[in-house]
Design a protein around this ligand. Structure first.
Ligand code: COA
Length: 389
């Protein structure tokens, strides 16, 4: 068994549209909750990694590493990490590696994003900067547009259709129903999804994650620190992996495949000494419904072409054999892009240790995987968490 990194504490603001809080204020709130949860003093922190994607667009704010540390009440070297929607997932991995390499015992990781102070067109344009400026943005590609290309190509190569995607949206809204941190606590059915306004064919409103504000944080510590300080923290990160792919969709060998996720997963499985069969649940990056399918296949849970029917068949629902996105996912929990990766760690930690509203679905579970993607999966980071029972 490889040595692990303990998740001492986690924190997350409610995700949603409301509030006038700046990203730094939201991060301060999430970090305060993580420190309380961890029972670790702020002055123990030796390094901060903070994810944010669109601060320059939304708040005219750059140089956010030290700003995030100050907001969290921490004095330590602090670095902003940007990898589009995978920004804080990568921040978590940097913190994990820092501890694994023996360079630190206590690291604060997290991220925040404020999106809804921009109009939807302005936020769409800001998000589009995570695509290829020369070959995609100038051709009018936005993220709903790019993922709809992936969905249409998937249907062409493997079959499946809008109704299968609708089951994913219905499932993720159902999972978020009792999650007070989720942006949408609203039940929908397949007809609601199919009848909703078209955003970009084949996607309607409910195939898309929303524009959101929010922050998430986690205090990571070495196992030695956790033992020495008698921390009550049963969840640890056992493995991490990160990879990249051709930036523009046109350069990919196959549009409905995600090799960056495949390779990040291989690295994480190898690091953890586990495989897909050992994983009991996953929080995957469902920025659009098709993205959940691509993730399930890239992570080795389903063969190519088989992930599309997982929700339709009830296999990934809360009472299915492999529940996926028990938090509500990006679809219903919300997607403040720079906060999402760490929010997955926060939700998975709570799910595994038994204090999440949906933990009852995981009574015998030992391992959960988080998958956080940037752009059209040009970057991807995967973590595998385990709980000691
Ligand atoms: N799912 C469910 N409901 C949504 C929603 C979503 N994704 N987005 C908005 N809504 C709801 C709002 O809550 C609001 O409901 P109300 O009238 O009951 O208050 C209503 O729809 C209108 O909201 P509004 O914000 O005006 O919608 P919009 O048309 O401006 O934006 C999208 C809708 C789908 C275009 C926008 O959310 C979007 O672009 N999402 C994708 C974000 C993205 O690309 N992220 C990066 C991924 S890589």
């Amino acid at each position: 068994m490889v040595s692990a990194v303990t998740v001492a504490g986690v924190g997350m603001t409610p995700f949603g549209r409301g509030g006038e809080q700046t990203a730094r204020e939201m991060f301060g709130e999430a970090a305060a909750e993580a420190f309380d949860d961890a029972d670790v003093p702020r002055d123990a922190v030796e390094e901060v990694f903070y994810g944010n994607y669109m601060g320059e667009f939304a708040e005219q704010q750059g140089h956010q590493g030290p700003l995030a540390a100050e907001a969290a009440g921490v004095s330590a070297p602090a670095t902003r990490v940007e990898s589009a929607c995978a920004s804080s997932g990568v921040a978590v991995r940097f913190g994990y590696e820092k501890i694994r390499s023996g360079q630190a015992d206590v690291v604060l990781v997290g991220g925040a994003e404020r999106m809804t102070n921009l109009s939807t067109p302005d936020a769409t344009q800001a998000l589009a900067a995570a695509a290829d400026a020369l070959w995609e943005i100038r051709a009018g590609v936005t993220f709903p547009g790019a993922y709809s290309l992936m969905a249409n190509r998937y249907f062409h190569e493997f079959g499946g259709g809008r109704e299968d995607l609708a089951h994913i949206a219905v499932k993720n809204h159902e999972n978020a129903l009792e999650n007070d941190l989720a942006q949408f606590q609203k039940s929908i059915d397949v007809d609601d999804v199919l009848d909703a306004m078209t955003v970009c064919s084949p996607f309607g409103l409910f195939d898309c994650s929303p524009m959101s504000n929010g922050a998430a944080a986690a205090v990571l510590v070495s196992d030695e620190f956790a033992t020495e300080h008698g921390l009550d923290a049963p969840v640890s990160i056992r493995g991490a992996g990160q990879h990249s792919d051709h930036f523009a969709l046109a350069d990919r060998a196959s549009i409905p495949r995600a090799p960056a996720a495949e390779r990040a997963a291989e690295m994480a499985y190898e690091d953890a000494g586990l495989g897909p069969d050992d994983v009991d649940t996953a929080e995957v990056h469902d920025c659009f419904t098709i993205a959940e399918v691509l993730a399930l296949e890239a992570l080795g849970f389903y063969e190519p072409g088989e992930g599309i029917s997982a929700a339709t068949n009830g296999e990934t629902t809360i009472d299915g054999e492999f529940p996926v996105n028990l938090s509500g996912g990006l679809k219903a929990k919300g997607h403040p892009v720079g906060a999402t990766g760490c929010a997955q760690i926060s939700e998975m930690t709570k799910l595994l240790r038994g204090d999440h509203v949906n933990s009852s679905a995981l009574e015998d579970a030992t391992a959960g995987l988080t998958h956080n993607a940037g752009g059209t999966v040009a970057s991807c980071v995967v973590h595998i968490l385990e709980v000691e029972r």
